[in-house]
Design a protein around this ligand. Structure first.
Ligand code: S3P
Length: 196
């Protein structure tokens, strides 16, 4: 094995058959929030949406944070919100699509034995059309400043793909409803301790 083949996250083999936290990652439009809320409901766990936690803590929208302080400041607020969220047990946590770009977040997500990181995967065109559909049908949904910059979108997607792939398990979401995705997760992880 060459050094480039060496596993990036050496503890990824840790047994996570009965996790106490399930974290959903993936690009914008992956379904992290809708799948996460449904999964939490089925388990009787708390659902935490990282973007909403930031908005609540800052009392401002994500678009307003990007506009007044820039992306780097948003990423720092995101890092702090993530550390707070991961201090809880029996939560399903939906990350923002860029949270894994912050190297400081990766060990918290991939190396903690009680934390299961699932990647909700779909091709970029599927993700973009889901976001556009959401914008048309839910005009009050939070604006995504990163989505507005179409020129950079593919580059971001390609840059993030290997980070998402470091998750413990990948679920293909294209053409599947949140309900079907939740069923797939629950069939794979049958030992998750339920609160109801
Ligand atoms: C972002 C994704 C958004 C939100 C912010 C930045 C990104 O979350 O965190 O607008 O960089 O991909 P969703 O993935 O939930 O849309």
């Amino acid at each position: 094995m060459t050094s480039s083949d060496a596993p990036k996250y050496p503890n990824a083999h840790l047994d996570r058959t009965a996790p106490l936290r399930i974290v959903l990652t993936g690009f914008m439009g992956a379904g992290k929030s809708s799948v996460g809320a449904l999964l939490a409901q089925k388990l009787g766990w708390k659902f935490v949406d990282l973007d909403e936690e930031i908005v609540r803590a800052e009392q401002r929208s994500i678009a307003a944070i990007f506009e007044s302080q820039g992306e780097a400041a948003f990423r720092e607020l995101e890092r702090l919100a993530l550390a707070r969220a991961l201090a809880q047990s029996r939560i399903v946590l939906a990350l923002g699509g860029g949270a894994m770009e912050n190297a400081a977040n990766l060990p918290l997500l991939t190396e903690e034995p009680d934390t299961l990181l699932l990647y909700l995967q779909a091709p970029l065109e599927v993700l973009v059309s889901r976001c556009e559909l959401q914008q048309r049908t839910q005009p009050h949904a939070a604006l995504r400043p990163v989505l507005a910059n179409r020129a950079e979108l593919e580059e971001r997607f390609l840059r993030r793909a290997p980070l998402y792939q470091s998750a413990h398990w990948t679920v293909d979401t294209a053409g599947r409803s949140p309900d079907e995705i939740v069923q797939t997760i629950l069939m794979q992880w049958t030992n998750i301790p339920r609160s109801r």
